[in-house]
Design a protein around this ligand. Structure first.
Ligand code: F6P
Length: 366
């Protein structure tokens, strides 16, 4: 009898998710007697009243490494510990459906779960592992904020897209003597902003790890102009914090989603600069989900495929409670406990890329 692996993709979508799924399915097929099943919308496919799962054979995964999104859908709402349920009065409340999950895993004869997801998803993986579920994690997020891995897949694609945006904004900024503020993703970690500022040659880079002072940014802008001629490009992470530690966004509206919806950091900075008397024409571009959708670049397809293959190998070797990681040049694994211990933030004191950015005059508003 074949052994069954359940695959879930959780949290925000990310370029490379499909390449991981394909890596798992193809390597399992070559190995022999395995059956791979996808739970739709992360664990929710197993938690809904009517189960939603999808068989994943070579047919379903053929050529999907070039496709953005995830063929088994994803969500950042719900999950076994906080499943949203509509009450008879129409309101929503979350409930713990772990018991149901365990029963259904048993009914379906699932040997192990491969959970492809970010920080929140791997915390769920750890909790499920503690309940005795055989589980292996695969690190996903464009934010690159998961620890223990050199890179998460999807990050480099996001950087590529954001860098292309800076390239475009530079030419228009230069033509009009404008200040351009490009708001990129990055909730708690500024990796996308930092790499984009370096790749695109921005003048200012604002990251969550370094609270910014708009006065310093205004001074930097002044150095970029002479007799009204000049331009300035600013990259700001959506999770930017001002000197009071304030972030910009709106409270979550959906039950089961505990995150503040970030957005508006670029507009806020524009206002602050205007209040300080910066008279140049300031324009704001918010890149948003363009950074997450679409075709993954080759690096992410390669990394995602190798992570998927390794995740299958861990299941085969019964090495559970672990997450596959990239420690160049190896694809290896670490315990889920270690993964969730801390996040991967930029160390403002000694990160080599941040130091390089400072050495070429990029201001971080500090
Ligand atoms: O965690 C990845 C991420 O892209 C963050 O950078 C961003 O804040 C968040 O997801 C947005 O999530 P959503 O699409 O659910 O608003």
């Amino acid at each position: 009898m074949s052994k069954r692996i359940l695959v879930v993709t959780g949290g925000g979508d990310c370029p490379g998710l499909n390449a991981v799924i394909r890596g798992i399915v193809k390597s399992a097929k070559l190995d022999g007697n395995w059956e791979i099943i996808g739970s739709m919308e992360s664990y929710n496919g197993l938690l809904k009243d009517k189960i939603e799962i999808m068989p994943l054979t070579e047919k379903e995964v053929a050529g999907i490494h070039v496709k953005g999104g995830t063929i088994i859908k994803t969500t950042n709402r719900g999950g076994p510990f906080n499943f949203p349920v509509q009450q008879s009065d129409g309101s929503w409340q979350t409930e713990n459906r772990t018991k149901l999950l365990l029963e259904r895993l048993d009914d379906l004869g699932i040997e192990a779960i491969i959970s492809i997801g970010g920080d929140g998803s791997q915390r769920i993986s750890l909790e499920l592992a503690k309940l005795g579920v055989n589980i292996v994690g695969v690190p996903k997020t464009i934010d690159n904020d998961l620890s223990c891995t050199d890179f998460t897949f999807g990050f480099q694609t996001a950087v590529e897209i954001a860098t292309e945006a800076v390239d475009k904004l530079v030419t228009t900024a230069e033509s009009h003597n404008r200040v351009f503020i490009l708001e990129v993703m990055g909730r708690d970690a500024g990796w996308i902003a930092l790499y984009t500022a370096l790749g695109g040659g921005a003048d200012v880079c604002i990251i969550p790890e370094i609270p910014y002072d708009p006065k310093i940014i205004a001074q930097k802008i002044a150095t970029r102009y002479k007799d009204g001629e000049g331009f300035c490009n600013i990259v700001i992470a959506e999770g930017a914090r001002d000197i009071a530690g304030q972030i910009t966004g709106t409270a979550p509206t959906a039950v089961g989603d505990e995150h503040i919806k970030l957005g508006g950091a670029g507009d806020k900075l524009k206002q602050e600069l205007q209040q300080l008397g910066v008279e140049h024409d300031i324009r704001v571009t918010v890149l948003g989900h363009l950074q997450r959708g679409g075709i993954p670049i080759a690096f992410d397809r390669i990394l995602a495929t190798a992570l998927g293959v390794k995740a299958f190998e861990l299941v085969k070797a019964k090495k559970y409670g672990a997450m596959v990681v990239y420690n160049h040049p190896e694809i290896t694994h670490v315990s889920l406990e270690k993964v969730v211990e801390k996040s991967n933030f930029i160390n403002p004191k000694n990160n080599s890329f941040l130091c390089a950015a400072k050495k070429i005059g990029i201001s971080f508003g500090d």
